[in-house]
Write a protein that binds this ligand. Structure first.
Ligand code: PLP
Length: 393
């Protein structure tokens, strides 16, 4: 990045971040480096590890371009890359926890994170308690003597509760408790996690950073205080994404601001339109007052993205729901989001929530709004909503 000290805008920074053209004959992008072995010239160099790169697991120019870009973008002190978003969540938790610790996790957490805590972490002697994501600073009353880490995810997966991140990181810091935020929905562009006091911030790069449903990637950025622990943990596991995925993420990063702006506009328009459809009971979208924690979103976030939930009015049967979903032509049914294509998925978290009841009043559907024409997306959903009341096989 050319740095003559002048402050530059976000688009300019995204165009410059992580580039090393001088080291690559002037080519704009850092190429895909494949490699395990790096050759040393002399015994002396080998013994002292005297080389810019020493082995594939400790970095290549491709990995380094993405890491350094993300560190600058998040305002952290360092970044590690993982082969999936869930891998990044696991990496962050393992960087701050040790056997005998107590961990606090919001009840609205991404389900596979909950599984990781309940299986692997439990096996290593770490106790997890779930908390109401809307507790804010009142969460302090759940802290135990051995609480070492508070995990946050805002908005919550599927149910979109917004957390009072500054209130939680404020008391955590005072008490020497580490905080980890899963910031995947907002990305650093819409929520600067470290500025809000988070020690570690996780991004599933699989979603908006990749942006094309063609890669799996996770990133964890750390503030200066927590960076050494994160780096050590990552080095001891050598859990890296492949170079091609890093390359694709760098490519995605160049247009992230444009795609997110578009996701925001489209998400808002579709949510506003859905709100006027008679089959829709409510909208869980952080920019809507009906979303729990909406005031906190207004206070802390710089924007909203294209993923939100709608609750249908009671009435349709399970068969009606199948009639709606099975025959959509543009909205695909499948996991993940953040790509160019629209997705829809029904969910019901009654089976696994433990401290906050989930009684939305009707079927819940999570939507990801892609880049198709909005009129076509509306027609697809409208026809689907019409099919809800058809109760035959
Ligand atoms: C998708 C997602 C993850 C996991 O990302 P993968 O790359 O699919 O493992 C983690 N957290 C949140 C909030 C997500 O939406």
């Amino acid at each position: 990045m050319k740095d003559d000290g002048k402050p530059v805008g976000l688009g300019t920074r995204l165009a410059q971040l992580g580039r090393m053209s001088d080291a690559h004959h002037g080519f704009v992008n850092t190429p895909i480096y494949r490699g395990s072995t790096v050759l040393f010239k002399t015994l002396d160099d080998l013994e002292r590890g005297r080389a810019r790169y020493t082995y594939g697991t400790s970095g290549t120019p491709t990995v380094e371009s993405l890491e350094s870009a993300w560190t600058t973008l998040t305002g952290g002190a360092g970044t590690v890359l993982c082969p999936s978003g869930l891998g990044a969540v696991a990496m962050a938790l393992m960087a701050t926890l040790r056997s005998g610790d107590h961990l606090l996790v919001p009840d609205s957490v991404y389900f596979p994170t909950r599984s990781f805590c309940g299986t692997l972490l439990e096996r290593f002697g770490i106790e997890t308690s779930y908390y109401d994501p809307l507790l804010g600073g009142r969460l302090e009353s759940l802290v135990k003597d051995n609480t070492s880490t508070i995990f946050l995810e805002s908005p919550g997966s599927q149910t979109f509760e917004i957390q009072d991140v500054p209130a939680i990181t404020g008391f955590a810091r005072r008490r020497g408790i580490k905080t980890i935020l899963d910031n995947t929905w907002a990305t650093p562009l819409f929520f600067p996690a470290h500025e809000h006091g988070c020690d570690l911030s996780v991004e599933a790069g699989t979603k908006y950073l990749g942006g094309h449903a063609d890669l799996l990637l996770g990133l964890v950025s750390a503030n200066a205080e927590t960076w050494p622990a994160l780096k050590r943990t990552h080095q001891s596991m050598a859990m890296l994404p492949g170079p091609e995925d890093c390359y694709l993420a760098l490519r995605g990063m160049r247009t992230l601001h444009i795609r997110l702006r578009e996701a925001q506009e489209r998400g808002l328009e579709m949510a506003r339109w859905l709100q006027t459809q008679p089959e829709v009971l409510s909208i869980l979208h952080p920019a809507f007052p009906s979303c729990p924690g909406h005031e906190l979103w207004k206070r802390d976030f710089k924007g909203s993205t294209g993923v939100f939930t709608i609750i249908l009015r009671p009435g349709p049967s399970r068969r009606g729901l199948s009639n709606m979903l099975d025959h959509l032509s543009l909205f695909g049914m499948g996991y993940s989001w953040g790509g160019f294509e629209s997705l829809i998925i029904p969910f019901d978290c009654r089976a696994y929530r433990t401290v906050t009841p989930w009684n939305p009043g009707g079927f819940a559907l999570r939507l990801q709004i892609g880049l198709e024409d909005l009129q076509d997306l509306k027609s697809d959903l409208r026809a689907g909503l019409d099919r809800l009341s058809i109760d035959r096989a």
